[in-house]
Ligand binder design. Structure first.
Ligand SMILES: OC[C@H]1O[C@H](O[C@H]2O[C@H](CO)[C@@H](O)[C@H](O)[C@H]2O)[C@H](O)[C@@H](O)[C@@H]1O
Ligand SMILES: [Ca+2]
Length: 552
């Protein structure tokens, strides 16, 4: 099956994020692996996604679920062998699916041989310089860069930790088990580029690049988004453009619109092809509880123009907490009160819950947010299990509650593994509402009205109308803040998306004066609405209703 050959394939792709460790276990040891994932590729193909984003698969002590890398050019032994990876990639490509990995640039694990070597101090016993010491960021006092915030606020009290062996402090923006690499050292840049090359040479289609704002530290700044950081990332892009054209770099920069847009670079000096739209994500949830969508429009209007090669990555949930870094203090308090009533649901600056439980397992709200996700500008990224409405497990620590095994069927361990649930890497969810006995792929495949079948249909409709991927965005004025309306326009078609974020039926009048004389028809072609006569278009919508319309 052929893939899109356009170098800008990512602009029309739907992405699917998954963890190999929790997706499917091929050898029955209770841990997901590449052979297991390979055996489930037909499922992903049939769902209608185009590109898989795999969470870190590298050897790691797993103190941050693999974001603590101990070897950039290996496979964690639990997940299989390099040969298993190659087979997986070949089989994915054979089905027309692309695959991107996760490049953890900012830091390594403290178990990484580089850090272990660095701990021998700046000078080796024979008096020669220890080149690895300079791979990391050290201090004699641990007092530098006081303006840099702490990101993992629930665990860390400082970005410096004393290394007993050297008697010096090392810098870390995340867990103390994740020492930051020193990007002022050109050897470090070379190491990371060479690691990226290793996977790109095997045919990988690109990377989501982790935690990019924090590469460089400078006194007197908050050590985020510095020009020197951008310069390094542009070097990475130059390598990709020169040697791997058509591969993708996607930036994880959890920043305000003006700062995140900088990660695209410019037409002349490009940086990333895609960046996550972190700012819009919490506002989708906030709009539901407030029954007021103005914050969505405001934040989308605030996104700066991006270079022609650029595309946003939109998402509702991922493997981390629902981050509340890109909201005001007042909005954060509102979000916690609305979506995290139990203190166990809160972690760091966010909420550690999955999509379905966040939305009270309300099918209408789940459909509504997904329909907006698929219609907003950007390439949507679905998080594994959300397409069947999986739940979370608050008894698991850190963010692991949203990383439980994929629920394939009602059998032992939900079809994830032939091992007993107690022997699985994380226990499969088995509660009466979200457990695998009730929520699983097999039963939803057989049920035409399931969330899974709905999701596949929406992806198919999205594919049939390229304006969802490529159309210009124009918000349509609505006299009812609960109703969000916008158009997506290409030279060939105009789509009108109308969504009711309220828990009750709502009436509104849309300003469609730019579209007088046209007739809104549902994108499936099934129903015609009254034509747009004088431009003022009255509409009544049921609770959490959404319309995907084409203006004929
Ligand atoms: O590798 C360290 C972490 O990097 C990513 O973190 C991001 O997630 C944080 C919340 O969990 C977020 O606040 C921060 O802005 C991000 O950089 C990665 O997605 C994490 O899983 C990982 O722990
Ligand atoms: Ca296994």
């Amino acid at each position: 099956m052929s893939q899109s050959t356009s170098p800008e394939w990512y602009k029309s792709a739907v992405f699917y994020e998954l963890s190999v460790r929790t997706f499917a276990d091929g050898n029955g040891d209770g841990k997901g692996d590449f052979p297991g994932l390979t055996s489930r590729l037909d499922y992903l193909k049939n769902l209608g996604v185009d590109c898989l984003w795999l969470l870190p698969w590298y050897p790691s002590p797993l103190r941050d679920d693999g974001y603590d890398v101990a070897d950039y050019v290996g496979i964690h032994p639990d997940l299989g062998t390099l040969e298993d990876f190659k087979v997986f990639l070949r089989e994915a490509h054979a089905r027309g699916l692309r695959v991107i990995g996760d490049l953890v640039t900012n830091h390594t694990s403290s178990d990484h041989p580089w850090f272990q070597a660095a701990r021998r101090g700046p000078t080796l016993p024979d008096g020669s310089p220890n080149l690895y010491h300079d791979y990391y960021v050290w201090s004699g006092t641990g007092q530098e860069y006081p303006e840099a915030r702490i990101i993992f606020t629930d665990t860390e009290t400082s970005n410096w930790t004393l290394d007993e062996q050297t008697g010096r402090y090392y810098w870390h923006r995340f867990f103390s088990s994740q020492p930051d690499l020193n990007y002022d050292n050109p050897a470090v840049v070379e190491e990371l580029l060479s690691a990226a090359r290793f996977w790109l040479d095997l045919g990988l289609d690109g990377f989501r690049v982790d935690a990019v704002p924090y590469l460089i530290e400078r006194e007197g700044t908050n050590c985020e988004n510095l020009p020197e950081t951008h310069a390094i990332l542009k070097t990475m892009r130059r390598m990709v453009d020169q040697d791997y054209p058509g591969r993708l770099l996607l930036a994880e920069a959890n920043q305000w619109p003006e700062d995140v847009a900088e990660y695209y670079g410019t037409e002349a000096e490009p940086e990333f092809h895609m960046c996550f739209n972190f700012p819009v994500m919490p506002r989708l949830y906030m709009s539901l509880k407030k029954e007021d969508t103005s914050s969505i429009r405001e934040i989308m209007d605030r996104l700066p123009a991006i270079p022609s090669f650029g595309q946003w990555a939109t998402f509702l949930r991922n493997h981390d907490e629902l981050t509340l870094e890109m909201v005001t203090d007042e909005e954060r308090a509102f979000m916690y009160a609305s979506y995290a009533p139990d203190p166990r649901m809160r972690i760091n600056v966010g909420i550690r819950r999955r999509l379905a439980p966040l939305l009270d397992n309300d099918r209408r709200r789940i459909e509504l947010l997904n329909s907006v996700l698929l219609a907003l500008p950007g390439s949507p990224i679905l998080y594994y299990g959300d397409e069947i409405g999986m739940g979370d497990d608050l008894s698991l620590g850190d963010r692991n509650g949203v990383r439980t095994p994929m629920q394939w069927n009602a059998g032992l361990s939900g079809g994830f593994s032939s091992a007993l649930p107690s022997d699985c890497f994380f226990p499969p969810i088995h509660d009466p509402v979200y457990g695998f006995g009730r929520v699983n792929v097999q039963s939803q495949e057989q049920d035409p009205s399931s969330l899974l079948r709905w999701t596949a249909r929406q992806l198919e409709l999205r594919r049939q109308h390229p304006a969802f991927a490529h159309g210009d965005l124009h918000f349509v004025d609505s006299d009812n803040p609960a109703i969000l309306a916008f158009t997506r326009t290409t030279p060939d078609e105009t789509l009108l998306i109308v969504s009711n974020f309220a828990a009750n039926a709502q009436a509104c009048t849309l300003d469609l004066s730019a579209h007088q004389g046209r007739t809104p028809v549902t994108v499936s072609g099934a129903s015609h609405l009254p034509p747009v006569a004088d431009g003022r278009y009255p509409l009544v919508m049921g609770k959490y209703d959404y319309y995907w319309l084409r203006l004929n």
